[in-house]
Design a protein around this ligand. Sequence first.
Ligand SMILES: [Zn+2]
Length: 270
Amino acid sequence: MTNARSSSEPIDVVSDRYVTISVDDGSAGDMKTADLLHKYGLQATFYIPGRNPERPVIGPSQIRELSRRFEIGSHTLNHAPLKFLSDEKASQEIREGKQLMEEVLGEAVISFCYPRGKFNGTTPILVKNAGFLGARTSLMNLHDFPRNPFLWGVSTQAYSHSKMIHVRHALLEGNFAGIRNFFQDYKGATDWEEHFSRALAHVGEHGGIAHMIMHSWEMEDLGQWKKLESVFAAISRSGLTSVTNGHLYRIWSSNRVSPVPVAEPAGGPR
Ligand SMILES: [Zn+2]
């Protein structure tokens, strides 16, 4: 992947401490998540597909309601894992998902998220060519500006994974920085609240981006709304700057960030 940025005025990443939240899938519970985010004065990006064969997606009026306070990003037209589609079909999913959200909102949609975190070597280029500014993966245990803005990593998924899952996913994805960070900076934490508190602490001390990704339907299924509220309260106390994903994509594209090298990932499970 090429890096088109110039070396002019790099940001001192040590002095920039961000926190951002991704809410994926546009499920009915997103309205409740939005209320909680608002209560704690937090920003977030809601990645919403046009349709999802796995569960219902909120309608245009609710999407517009969310967009009054938060960013809406695209999550393809049919929530299809793009890694396994032809370039032509993948491109169609990416472009038509963007078009649909833009019709709903009446404004440009600049942020993209890969369904199930899956992509292949070409997918990030297709996303870029569709006119997005940045794309978020599900590569975990990362808290730095990426080398490639179409392969943006995250710190924590709001779901408790075992140590083995953390390591196995990272190996399959070629996310070697993630493995190192998991043990060094996240202290091998498996409980997601503890895991994200490590991200907040690390970024508070060293700079970077604490990025939590979540599904409202998982909060509902696992009865974890109280835990989510506790995490939101911790974020609001952290003193980090709460921004949307799109805000970070714009910073990246403004050529002001000095990139922190990360391995080019392969795009694996989940
Ligand atoms: Zn999804």
